[in-house]
Design a protein around this ligand. Structure first.
Ligand SMILES: [Zn+2]
Length: 192
């Protein structure tokens, strides 16, 4: 009788350990997928200095942009060069966006989240700027690009442990722009 009891406890222990290991494996794999999802190229982009910094707690929104250039025609490096150009329209210390999503779905982080970068009038202090490479006034974002945007929004909501409000650039008062283009249906990216 005693032996059966000990055997049962051993059996139970074995399955308990297997269960915990399986759970840990799933959590680690999910985390790894999220970590690998974003390629940090902050220090590889041309820059002329640094933006004013903010406390991460002040972030409450995500602003979606399009590059307004044909999908894939220009690179993140090109955007950074234009934004820091002393003869350009922005004359910024660094690229305007925090993240860039390529037509193939690749996500680049291009500024620290603490950077108050210049992507949206009246929303820079509290916003995270995400640009999709493409012109969605006359093109469609690719499915992988949209999927990456959804994953990035979910990742950021998870990181900040709150739902960040998602806006298109044109929805912020004071911005006379079509950005991110009429073809990008913004409701798809809210409430994720
Ligand atoms: Zn924009």
């Amino acid at each position: 009788m005693k032996n059966i009891l000990i055997d049962n406890v051993k059996k139970y222990k074995k399955w308990y350990i297997i269960g915990i290991l399986a759970l840990v494996t799933i959590i680690v794999l999910r985390k790894l997928k999220l970590l690998n999802m974003i390629t940090d190229i902050i220090n590889q982009l041309p820059s002329k200095g640094e933006y004013q910094q903010r406390n991460i707690d002040s972030i409450d929104r995500i602003i979606i942009h399009h590059s307004a250039s044909p999908a894939g025609k220009f690179t993140v490096q090109d955007f950074a060069r234009w934004h820091i150009d002393p003869n350009g329209y922005l004359k910024a210390p660094r690229i305007a966006y925090h993240f860039c999503i390529e037509p193939d779905g690749k996500i680049y982080q291009t500024n620290k989240l603490t950077a108050i970068s210049w992507h949206t009038i009246n929303a820079n202090a509290t916003g995270i700027g995400i640009v999709l490479n493409g012109n969605f006034e006359n093109e469609q974002a690719s499915d992988t690009q949209k999927k990456s945007l959804k994953n990035l929004i979910k990742y950021l909501n998870n990181k900040f442990n709150k739902k960040l409000t998602v806006y298109g650039h044109k929805e912020i008062p004071g911005n006379a722009t079509a950005c991110p283009g009429r073809n990008l249906k913004l409701d798809e990216f809210r409430n994720l």
